[in-house]
Design a protein around this ligand. Sequence first.
Ligand SMILES: *Cc1c(COP(=O)(O)O)cnc(C)c1O
Length: 324
Amino acid sequence: MLSLQNIYHARNRIQSHVVRTPLVACPSLSSKNRQVRFKLETTQDTGAFKLRGATNAILSLDPSALEAGVVCASTGNHGRAVATAAARVGAKATICMSNLVPQNKVQAIKALGADVRIIGKSQDEAQVEVRRLVKEEGMSEIPPFDHADVIAGQGTVGLELMEDWSDIDTVLVPVSGGGLIAGVALAVKSVNFNIKVIGISMERGAAMDASLQRGRPVEVPEEPSLADSLGGGIGLQNEYTLGVVQELVDEVILLKEEQIASGMQFLYREHGMVVEGAGAVGIPVVQENLSQRLGENIAVVVSGRNVDLKMFQSVLDGELPFGA
Ligand SMILES: *Cc1c(COP(=O)(O)O)cnc(C)c1O
């Protein structure tokens, strides 16, 4: 199905379009017996790793498909990534949103050159419009995670980790739909099966974790969380990510809101970095030793930086905007 080779092909395709992000040391989490380094996808264009998968999926389309344009329903990091990747290759991107999406998000996506369609009152209704555009206008949907080219693109994070740190023994990866962790796990475990790959989500609405427990995709109620980029399901028709996670991911850890907040505070205080909740979830796992599997050379994927500044400020002030 998906292999290391797909990830190498993805890399060749996308390398002139995306940033090869740095791996930096974190002295304050490191000790004599433990090295901790951060893979900074916060420095990726668009502020999150999602540009990798979106770019690979778009560049894999044939010319006639590119001509018809691409479409998705994400208003978050995936939407930004699709809009940006499409603009770079001269393809038209259409992003469908519900009328509940705040105006600043609508403007941000428009500013990236995408066509915005405001449809209905929910993300589900926006998704219906996506399907219509695929069927009637021949557009190609670029899904946020459950797609072979998207997973292969995200897997380039894992390739870079292996190249930059040959002694790596543990990788901590935020998990929502599982595209990132599936790609990273495929990349690192193909090279060295002993490397531990640990996923992290929030307690509030961890669809991948619930699906792993049941052995099939399940829906969980969506609740507001500091890790908003980790919200949403894995798709009841999940084809790829659940299987790869079942096979290759060693453990999934769930965090409380206050632990996510402490990760964001740490990265700001110690590194001066503004990181969104989803991007900060690896920090408390190391700080609080939340897994028995942590080794001596731990890479933490810091997945994105796109956070609402008011929310960020309130986290720095010690508040939990969505409760404990
Ligand atoms: C999308 C996203 C994730 C989760 O990625 P999946 O592939 O859905 O598991 C984590 N962090 C950030 C910043 C994201 O945008």
